[in-house]
Design a binder for this molecule. Structure first.
Ligand SMILES: [Zn+2]
Length: 965
């Protein structure tokens, strides 16, 4: 009996089309992940570590087995809990089938279905190595045991643990929703445990705390050599073996417990669920009755529907538990971040807003998958379909009510997140709450993509024969578009579903590109609106409305209004899609990772030999920078005075341009030379943004001449990043001034070089190489230069460049400042403009000279300014007595948005907000907690000696001199 029942159970799962769709998707995910050489999972593989080696395969398998949490929950509900869902429990219990056989067969069925779904990914990982684009260099010999062992160790045991766990929950609670809830609970416990143990745990604790075994695997192979990683299978005696034994036994115990809980009669009549049978008996397919409804009636029917669905959802126990769980995860994350991280950030509004949604994302997505199924199928499960479908309710308001209820749930939960984020700021104290930051990060940056996925899940449910299959399919889609796509290299933004690209957020400047946000909003918005219309056309009305029948009926449902709207949305989709495509692929030459590699190969084959061409040296630089922050444009004009310091006459020189837009280059003249426009490689010279000048006659050794230039920079056009921000512009000279010589663009990856027939990359020159010692690491076309600049910007902002400020003037409604250095500096400058607050101080040199100190910062970010001023003075004292005098007239530090670094220019140090201004000041009694603001300030001031005075040669070990301090 057991055998027949088990066969029946397995067939029950596997005869569903949705099951095989899920299996296929999992297979593809496995194949894609392994076959893209730049995918995150495969990133470390290549010449040494093989993509199909023992450890890589085991690592991928153990990580992918985490998906068993999703599949296990779905199959437990559709397998073990089937009778409750179908209300046939009493009937089954009254038959001659023994409880033991029935329960056991169902549990085996669930186990096998879950196992197959995850195993499909391993098969995909195996098959991936035969995909044509797979890099053959990254593959070692095929060994089936490398797949078999992790399959048994991770998938077999994790499936046992997970399905045992969910079956136990099912047996205890008899509530299908709580099974899904427990899936999220399991996930959150798993993340929290790894957060806690990961910070301070011993190897044993770390490896045991992970029910899925990945941590045990990482601990075991941490110090394995490449050769060992390729060929050694995971030792069973050790952390992995112990972990697997413990969690395998726990899984088994859970099975025994739930088996004994599923006793006949125990649940009779106790089921709280009142569900209808999914197998229909009627054979009615209905069309909406032609009724005339007034606007108010339509609204009323929508509103009633919305209210009902929304309230049912947010008042349901699973919603409440899941919300509490995400809040708990948030609290744990914040606690770990503040307590254990060596250089904690201040609990600012942007940090808390992002952390809240880091914790809420996965629970939210699970809720979307679960509740979309609930909402779409609610009438049917409640046995109400016939009544509602025969009533004169219109499809539009009905559907709108359902869909908006789900979106309303998502938005409600996000408000909960905002609330807890702000509450945590109050509890942690000190840092003011910025409500607008929460709204922006939550509803501009995060919400659109989540809401789009919610609509996708609802849309997919339309085409599915029942709720469970719909959950499998929409779950796979959500996993793909939210998780997997992040691991794939350079996915075109037009296929990143729902991603509006608002970009990074900073308190200085808000979002970097709202234009991109608008266009992608139109693009995805149109597609989503189309989903809605098609869903209304295909709405399941009637009990036996098959998909085919619904398609056949679609025509009668296409009213004039809906058809017009649909055409409008199609136009919106094509129009915005066309514009975005043009901006990315035509105006900005969108390149995939592979295109980029090929471009580098082409560069090296064409220009590789020109890398060491003799160059003139720049002696002095004069620039005139005009920032228009409001328009995000800039104009940079100026001149170089250059000298031929070579022993031979200089015949020609390449100039690298800083923009590929030809029309942006207003002027580029080299006195005594003509631009070469005919001859070899002209196309390539243009493609790589170079200009070639020939001196006529050749520039004699020691002779001097001038170059003059003027370039304009315009607002970013979707993908094009100009870095002229509305507030908080920071550009360095290499981004806005033309450079002599060609920039080194050689392909660095060894395997890719070999594949493209490029010679092995030559190593940096030895320290004894006298020829290399003639060049320093900053530039080969300059030593020290005289520098003079005038920088103008909008009134209200402060323009900054290196050097002593000579004058501040007001010209044509602009604020301008002139700067000049008191002695020559490296040919490497920064230009900034923002609405700064300034704090000043003075430091006295040992011989009594006053050096003015200034910190330019975003007004609310004053938390560490005093600390940084102290660090400036302290390090100046120490460095002057230890290394020698400070050579410049002043030191200023300026805050800039988005990026995470600081950079030392002569007497001028741009400093990103995230590397000091909003960090916690550390704890002097705890040497595990670094005061980043002080540390980075001192390091950057150290560069005023090392790199700016002691300039390392372009040889091995140069970074010890420049970054050693
Ligand atoms: Zn440094």
């Amino acid at each position: 009996m057991l055998r027949q029942l088990t066969v029946f159970e397995i067939q029950y799962h596997t005869r569903q089309i949705g099951f095989w769709i899920a299996v296929l998707i999992m297979f593809l995910i496995g194949a894609l992940l392994i076959s893209f050489p730049d995918a995150t999972f495969a990133a470390s593989t290549g010449e040494k570590i093989k993509a199909n080696g023992a450890v890589v395969t085991a690592g991928i398998t153990s990580n992918l087995s985490l998906f068993s949490m999703f599949f296990g929950a779905v199959f437990v509900v559709s397998g073990v809990m089937r009778d409750q869902v179908h209300k046939s429990l009493e009937m089954v219990h009254a038959t001659a089938v023994s409880t033991r056989d029935m329960t056991l067969s169902r549990m085996i069925g669930v186990y096998i279905a879950t196992f197959i779904s995850i195993f499909a990914m391993v098969v995909g990982v195996f098959a991936g190595q035969f995909i044509p684009w797979m890099d053959k260099e990254a593959l070692g010999p095929i060994n089936l045991f490398y797949y078999l062992q992790p399959t048994l160790l991770f998938i077999a045991i994790n499936t046992l643990f997970v399905s045992g766990f969910f079956t136990a929950i099912a047996a205890f609670t008899r509530n299908r929703a709580l099974v899904y809830v427990s899936a999220v609970g399991l996930f959150i416990t798993y993340i929290s445990a790894s957060l806690f143990v990961g910070e301070d745990g011993t190897d044993l604790l770390t490896s045991l705390a992970d029910p899925f075994g990945s941590a045990a695997l990482s601990v075991t192979v941490e110090f394995w050599s490449a050769a060992e990683q390729n060929t050694q299978t995971i030792p069973l005696i050790g952390y992995v073996g112990l972990n697997r034994l413990v969690w395998g036994l726990i899984g088994l115990a859970l099975y025994v417990v739930s088996f004994s809980l599923f006793k006949r009669g125990l649940v009779t009549g106790k089921s709280k669920e009142h569900e209808a049978d999914d197998d229909d008996t009627g054979r009615i397919s209905l069309l909406p009755t032609a009724t005339k409804m007034t606007g108010a009636e339509v609204w009323a029917s929508f509103w009633a529907r919305f209210k009902y669905e929304y309230l049912t959802t947010v008042k349901s126990i699973p919603f409440i538990i899941l919300t509490l769980m995400s809040v708990a995860l948030f609290a744990i994350t914040v606690f770990v971040q503040m307590k254990f991280v060596p250089n904690p950030a201040l609990p600012t509004s942007p940090l808390m807003a992002t952390t809240v949604f880091g914790s809420m994302a996965i629970p939210l997505l699970i809720m979307i998958i679960f509740f979309s199924g609930e909402i779409i199928w609610r009438d049917k499960s409640a046995g109400m379909t016939e009544i509602i479908d025969a009533s004169p309710v219109l499809d539009g308001p009905l559907l709108a009510g359902k869909w908006l209820a789900l979106l309303g749930m998502v938005i409600s939960l996000m408000w909960v997140g905002v609330f807890f984020g702000m509450a945590s700021q109050i509890i942690l104290g000190d840092v003011p709450i910025n409500f607008l930051t929460y709204v922006n990060i939550t509803f501009v940056q995060i919400a659109p993509r989540i809401l789009a996925l919610a609509v996708l899940a609802l849309f997919i449910q339309n085409f599915m024969p029942n709720r469970v299959v719909g959950m499998l399919a929409s779950g796979a889609a959500v996993i793909f578009f939210f998780i997997v796509i992040g691991f794939l290299p350079s996915v075109h933004p037009m296929v990143q579903f729902g991603s509006l690209g608002a970009g990074r957020w900073s308190e200085l400047n808000g979002f970097s590109s709202l234009l991109r946000f608008g266009w992608f909003g139109l693009y995805w918005g149109s597609l989503i609106a189309l989903f809605v219309v098609v869903s209304i056309w295909l709405w399941r009305r009637g009990t036996q409305a098959t998909l085919l029948r619904r398609f056949a009926n679609m025509k009668t449902r296409m009213s004039l209004i809906s058809t017009t709207l649909a055409l409008l949305f199609v136009a919106g989709l094509i129009g915005s899609g066309g514009y975005i495509f043009k901006a990315y692929n035509i105006d900005n030459e969108y390149r995939s990772a592979k295109d980029n590699d090929l471009r580098q190969v082409k560069w090296e084959k064409t220009f590789g030999d020109n890398r060491k061409d003799p160059l003139p040296k720049i002696r002095s630089v004069e620039v005139d920078v005009m920032f228009n922050p409001a328009q995000q444009t800039a104009r940079v004009a100026g001149s170089y005075e250059i000298e031929n310091t070579n022993a031979e006459p200089l015949e020609q020189v390449f100039v690298s341009m800083v923009t590929r837009h030809k029309e942006s280059i207003k002027k580029l003249e080299l006195v005594g030379a003509v631009q070469v426009t005919e001859g070899e490689n002209m196309q390539e010279i243009e493609d790589f943004n170079y200009r070639l000048f020939r001196f006529e006659p050749p520039l004699a050794p020691g002779a001097r001449t001038r170059m003059e230039f003027e370039t304009v920079f315009h607002a970013p056009k979707l993908a094009d990043n100009s870095s002229i921000e509305r507030n908080g512009t920071f550009v360095d000279s290499s981004r806005v001034l033309p450079q002599f010589g060609i920039r080194d663009q050689r392909l660095r990856n060894k395997d890719k070089r070999r594949k493209n027939d490029l010679p092995e990359l030559e190593k940096r020159a030895d320290r004894t190489d006298m020829e290399a010692r003639q060049r320093h690491f900053i530039s080969s076309s300059s030593d020290y230069v005289n520098f003079k600049a005038k920088v103008c910007t909008d009134v209200g902002q402060i323009p900054i460049a290196p050097g002593k400020m000579l004058a501040e003037t007001s010209e044509n409604g602009k604020t301008c400042r002139s700067y000049q250095t008191i002695r020559p500096i490296l040919n490497f400058f920064s230009f900034l403009s923002a609405d700064f607050e300034v704090r000043r101080d003075v430091w006295k040199t040992p011989n009594g000279r006053d050096v003015p100190l200034a910190i330019y910062f975003h007004k609310p970010h004053d938390y560490n300014v005093d600390l940084m001023l102290d660090a400036m003075k302290g390090s100046l004292d120490t460095f002057t007595t230890t290394f020698g005098p400070y050579p410049y007239n002043q030191i200023r530090i300026m805050e800039f948005p988005y990026r995470g670094f600081a950079q030392s220019f002569a007497g001028t140090i741009p400093f990103s907000e995230r590397i000091g201004f909003v960090m916690q000041s550390g704890d002097p009694t705890d040497n595990k907690k670094v005061d980043l603001a002080t540390y980075v300030t001192m390091h950057e001031i150290g560069h005023q000696w090392f790199a700016h005075q002691i300039v390392p040669a372009d040889t091995k070990g140069f970074n010890v001199l420049s970054e050693g301090l």
